[in-house]
Every structure is written in C-alpha cells, then in structure tokens.
Design a protein. Structure first.
Length: 565
C-alpha cells in the first residue's frame, strides 16, 4: 500500500474529529482529494461523506442548516478564489449566526515545474492571488494555509477547535495542490476530545444580582432571538418562565426559543411590551429592539445575558445595560431559576398577579391570530396569514420550518425545539433552500419545509438545490410566497420616503419581479412535484397533495401567489 498523502490525512482527520459530511464543489485544485476518496472505495478508513453540490451558496447553506439541527459542524470544499467568492455570502451568514463551518478552499498550484501537481492549465496563473484568504479574513475566526511538512492533524484540530469555541463561527483553510499530493507527515498519537472548549459558566455573583433585580420587578420581560439554539435551553427557558410568570418575547426570532403555545409567550415584537416592563432581560439577542423606534422605559433595569454580551464582532453596537452576564445560556437559565427560587421572602402574590395578566395577553394574541386567518380565508391572492393557517393544519408538530422572507413566525404553530430557522440578521439571501437540505440530512425522520419569498428562491440557486434534493433523496417541501416584488425593498423605501415620488409611482423602480416565472416548473425538471396556487380556497387541497408527495419521498414545491403590497 502506498504511503498516505496529505489529502488522505486531511479526510481521515476530519472524520476522526466528528465531521460526517463535506459539501463539495471541486475544481482542478482537488485531484488528490478525489483520488483519496476513490482509493478508499472499500471504506477501510472512515472519511466524511462527500456530497456534490453544484453551487457554493447552496453548499454553505447546507452546512448552516445541518449544524442548526444536528449541533455538529460540517466541512465545505470549494475551488480556489472563485469558489471562495461564491461562498462569501454563506460565510457572512454563518459568522453572524454563530455557525461553525470549516471552509476548505483549494489553492492554485504554487509552482510552474518540479512537482507532478505543478501548474498545467492556464487558469493556474489566472487564479493565483497575493492573499486569497484576504477575501474572507474579516468574516472568519481563523484562516491558514496548509504548508509542506506540517502534520495535517494539527491544522484540522486547530481549525475545528477555533470554530467550535464560543462564540462559534466559520474558519477558512487553503490547501495548495502540491501540498495535498505530498506524503503526509505523522503527528503521532493524538488525545481524543471534543472540538472547542467547555462552556464558560456565568459568574455566580452576576447570576445572584440578576435574580435580585428580577425578583424586585413588577413586570420583568425576557427578550430573546436565539436562546433556543440548543434544545435543552428551550426547556430551561420554559420552566423558568412558568415558575416565575416571566413573559417572553421572541424578537427577530432566529430559533424557536419558547413554544408558541406556552402561556408566557407574548409574541414576536418587543416594542409592544417595552413600555410595560420595569426590567428587561435580554438573552442572546444582538438587536432586541430598534433604538430609533423603541427602547425600554427610562426607569427600567436592563440585563444582557449571552456568551458574548458585548457582541464584540460587531463594529458598532451600543449596550446600555445595568448588568452584563457572560456565560453559557443553558447553564445560566438553570442557575437563574435556582437563584430566583432562593429569594426570601418569595414574591408569590406578585408572581400570580403577573401570571394572570400575561396569560390573558397570550390568549388575546392567539385569538387575534385566529381572527386574522378567518378573515383572510376568502382573499385572493392568498393572504400570508391564510397560508400560515393552512400550513399549521397539515404540517407535523415537529416539522422544521425554515422561513426566509416566507411565512412569518408570528403566524406559525411552533412547539418542538429546533423546529424553526428565521431570517438571518446578515440578510445574505439564498440561505433558506440549502438550509432545508442540511436540516433534512441532519433529521431525515422529520418533515422539513422551506418557506421562502420569490426573491429568496431565486437567490437560493434553485436548480442546484432541486438537483441535490433529488440526487441525495432529501424530500423537502418548498413553499414560495410569491408576491412578485422585493417587498423588503419597497417597505424600506416607504419608511424613508412615505410621501415621495416612489410611493406615488404606479410601479416603484427596482422593486418589481414581474412577469413572474413559473417556478413550479423548475422542480419538475429535476424529478420533483410542482404546483402553482393562486386561489385561497384551493390552497388546503394543494398543500395536501404536496405533503403526500414529500411523505412518499418526492420533493415538492408550491408556488403560492400571495398578497404583498
């Protein structure tokens, strides 16, 4: 048997450190990776499974969605600088969403002669850069180039340790073609351990101070965006909120943080409740409210709890808080519950008065949502609230919904941890489709629904998306909320110029997506089931047909013509 080469050592070490998948769009820089996989066709050495994904944006989104459901990082393999360029949007999304991804990019051959892997095509000159990693350095936690003579194990270990250390995020490794083809240098026996660092626990004194402030408040309010990233944290928050009647608002929710049927759930808009609260506990929310339009009362106490309460990776973000608590969210929620239980004397009467008020408010929110859906039942084009209602009626309770400018969380029934991925703060469109594939790969037994706007669908590289779904047997349901325009752009223009010329125009410039393509035909070209729905009354039956296809293993898409002016 020939000596191990660096490409083989790279794949072997990835698997040893828990990487199960590589989402790859390879090029002329990865012959040694391809050769290594082919040599191991009998599976004698455990390698990650390499999946061909014919666009880097989809590959990055798959790694993103896979981590969000499984809690495990994946690797993405791309072609030199051009593949990196296509992956940058996904890198930005991962960085702002604290998602660890190992992005491995080939490096065009460094030499012209002297190595079997030296340059032999004209693009090998055209694709060289003075600093390829400079393209991504601001948006990754670490970057490095593998050098000849280095143990690959050391480099892979360092990459994954940094990616998995809190706050988590993507890392970037470049792999020159000559180095991948060179004999591997052994690092010797390695001590097995999980990647990253053990969670940092919040200071007990800070937890005790937070408990005292909460206990003294009449109407403490919890505002969170992504405290539910880990399923156990959802349960911990639910128990804390129930025990002490603490209302929770999921502002700009990126995860499901509290089941929507929980009696302490007060919706998805913090601005509605800030005027009532005399204390606000912000948990894992970079933007808990928009300072320009909403803020806590001047006399309200503010506590910020997060692994990084300063949000240090953001160039500017003001933090006006009475107490900053840094630490693992799940552990902090458990500690806070214990600290509140130990307060003396217990504020039982105050807690019960608050419980009654919050439960009544929760019931009113639920009733209002039901009334809106009933009102929208007969409206055509389809009202977004009716689309959400019909989806709630037919989806499984633990279905995973990825909403990228699609169905709003405020209109969905969400009860199972890990059942929602919302719009990303970074705004890098195209995340939703690939994320659905990654989610399905991580949880094949669960229904996965990609709910996207028509613009998001186009940004998601739909042909590669549908190709991978079919090739890898990942039957997801795609629902396009097709309002035939860039609604976010239209709204932003009206916010700034409510009485301007654009507001008065019959067609607002740069916002129309008409004529609308027959999106349902794209999935048909890839062997899936597609249908267009424009009539509200026809929607339930169309959804039933689509769910039947998905449950039978066939990817399906509904192009739903929706309101949106």
């Amino acid at each position: 048997m020939s000596a191990e080469i660096n490409a083989e050592a790279f794949l072997r070490r990835l698997a040893e450190r828990g990487i199960d998948y590589i989402f790859a769009n390879a090029g002329t820089d990865f012959p040694s990776i391809i050769e290594a996989i082919a040599r191991n066709r009998d599976g004698g050495i455990r390698y990650p499974r390499a999946i061909t994904v014919p666009h880097e944006n989809v590959a990055m989104a798959m790694a993103h969605g896979y981590y969000r459901v499984s809690g495990k990082p994946a690797a993405v393999m791309v072609h030199v600088n051009v593949g990196t360029a296509n992956a940058v949007c996904g890198l930005i999304n991962a960085q702002r969403d604290d998602v660890p991804v190992l992005l491995a990019a080939g490096r065009t051959p460094l030499t012209e002669t002297g190595s079997a892997a030296a340059r032999n095509r004209s693009i090998h000159w055209g694709q060289e850069m003075f600093d390829q990693a400079g393209m991504v350095r601001e948006i990754v936690k670490w970057d490095y180039e593998l050098r000849a003579g280095q143990p690959v194990e050391d480099i892979v270990d360092r990459a994954l340790d940094i990616a998995m250390a809190e706050p988590r995020g993507p890392v970037y490794l470049t792999l020159p073609r000559e180095v991948l083809a060179a004999p591997a240098v052994s690092a010797g026996p390695r001590r097995p351990r999980p990647a990253g660092l053990p969670p940092v626990l919040a200071d007990p004194a800070a937890i005790a101070q937070a408990a005292r402030l909460i206990a003294a408040a009449e109407f403490p309010l919890i505002v969170t965006s992504s405290s539910g990233r880990r399923p156990e944290a959802v349960e911990a928050l639910a128990r804390l909120a129930s025990r002490f009647a603490l209302p929770v608002v999921q502002n700009e929710a990126r995860d499901l943080n509290l089941p929507t049927d929980h009696p302490m759930h007060l919706g998805f808009d913090a601005a509605t409740w800030l005027g009532r609260a005399d204390l606000v506990l912000v948990i894992d929310a970079v933007v808990p409210w928009l300072p320009k339009t909403a803020a806590p009362r001047p006399d309200a106490k503010v506590i910020v709890l997060s692994a990084d309460p300063l949000c240090a990776r953001y160039p500017f973000r003001s933090v006006d808080a009475d107490l900053l608590v840094a630490g693992d969210t799940h552990a902090a929620l458990l500690a806070l519950k214990d600290a509140l239980a130990g307060q003396s004397p217990p504020q039982t009467a105050a807690i019960e008065r608050r419980r009654q008020e919050v439960e009544q408010a929760h019931a009113a929110i639920t009733a209002e949502r039901a009334a809106l859906a009933e009102k929208a039942r007969a409206q055509t084009p389809v009202h977004p609230a009716w689309l959400a209602h019909c989806l709630n009626e037919q989806k499984a309770k633990d279905a995973i919904v990825i909403s990228e400018l699609g169905v709003a969380a405020a209109n969905l029934d969400l009860v199972a941890p890990g059942s929602f991925m919302g719009n990303l703060m970074s705004g890098g469109l195209g995340f939703g489709l690939g994320a659905a594939l990654g989610a399905k790969l991580a949880a094949p037994q669960r229904e996965v629904i990609a709910s996207v706007g028509d613009g998001s669908y186009m940004f998601g590289n739909p042909l590669p998306f549908h190709y991978v779904a079919q090739a890898e047997k990942l039957p997801v349901l795609t629902i396009i909320s097709n309002n035939r325009l860039w609604l976010a752009v239209r709204r932003a223009t009206l916010d700034l110029y409510p009485d301007g010329a654009a507001a008065q125009a019959n067609v607002m410039p740069l916002t129309e997506l008409a004529p609308s393509p027959a999106y349902e035909k794209t999935i048909e070209a890839c062997g899936g089931y597609g249908e267009c729905v424009s009539d509200a009354e026809a929607l339930p039956a169309a959804l039933a047909r689509a769910f039947a296809k998905v449950r039978a293993g066939v990817p399906a898409l509904l192009n739903v013509i929706t309101q949106g002016r």
